[in-house]
Design a protein around this ligand. Structure first.
Ligand SMILES: Nc1ncnc2c1ncn2[C@@H]1O[C@H](COP(=O)(O)OP(=O)(O)OP(=O)(O)O)[C@@H](O)[C@H]1O
Length: 231
């Protein structure tokens, strides 16, 4: 599904990611963890294409997408929920959702029920401006917007950051239901250890722009947490 091979990337002259390789298999939830500033967001942006890799390759669905623009990657089926959500504040909830359809191959039927049904709070807010929603509601909107194009790979950058527990629980359930359906793989950047344990199949830990630990989620124990994640 996704195979990142020996990626090096950064900003201008500064290299942030060094020799990163990772795999996400079909239907898997793979978590990317690490302390603040180690390069998790930089890696998701490099996979989405908003940061260009300096070397290495990104293979998605058996196609080398390393040189493709972000919109081309979106059209191939990669959905993205960025850190900070990036909702269009002046557009309505409905317009924000319709923007998610831009990447879809099947636009004429509108935003699919499969995107909306998971967030029952959204339809009652269709006419409200995105900027007037609470942080938790914006997170749900950003998630539904990414699902509008029926992605095969979903990149989620800290979807629970700054969100109240009930909405964290809802998001956890949405991730679980996507996993159960089995047709969308997820790469999830997440700080909450409990959340990771409840949804993930596999984990990678980043330190200073390099992967320092990885394994199936049943090997993600206290010693891994103490060694790599406790501040
Ligand atoms: N636009 C930018 N220009 C230059 N350096 C940047 C830029 N964005 C991030 N960085 C630097 O890249 C490094 C990795 O940042 P990144 O946001 O990828 O980390 P992160 O692991 O996602 O952190 P957090 O958990 O705090 O979100 C940091 O040293 C950061 O200061």
């Amino acid at each position: 599904m996704l195979s990142v091979k020996h990626i090096e990337a950064g900003y201008g002259e500064s290299i942030i990611l060094r020799d990163i390789s990772l795999e996400v298999k079909p239907g898997q939830v793979v978590c990317l963890m690490g302390r603040n500033g180690v390069g998790k967001t930089t890696l998701t942006k490099t996979i989405m294409g908003t940061i260009k890799a300096k070397s290495g390759s990104i293979i998605y669905d058996e196609q080398n997408i390393t040189k493709l623009a972000p919109y081309e990657r979106a059209k191939l089926g990669i959905g993205y929920v960025p850190q900070g959500r990036e909702i269009f504040a002046q557009l309505s909830v409905q317009e924000n959702l319709l923007l998610g359809l831009e990447a879809s191959r099947d636009r004429k039927n509108g935003v699919p029920a499969s995107a909306i049904d998971k967030f029952p709070v959204l339809p009652s807010m269709y006419q409200r401006k995105g900027g007037d929603l609470s942080g938790g509601q914006q997170q749900q909107l950003a998630f539904a917007r990414a699902l509008a194009s029926k992605p095969k790979l979903l990149l989620l950058d800290e979807p629970t950051e700054g969100i109240q527990p009930s909405i964290v629980y809802d998001i956890q359930e949405v991730i679980r239901s996507i996993k159960q359906q089995g047709d969308t793989a997820i790469l999830l950047v997440e700080q909450s250890i409990e959340f990771v344990k409840s949804v993930a199949d596999y984990y990678y830990i980043l330190e200073k722009g390099a992967i320092v630990a990885e394994g199936s989620i049943d090997t993600f124990d206290d010693s891994v947490v103490r060694q790599h994640l406790v501040v």
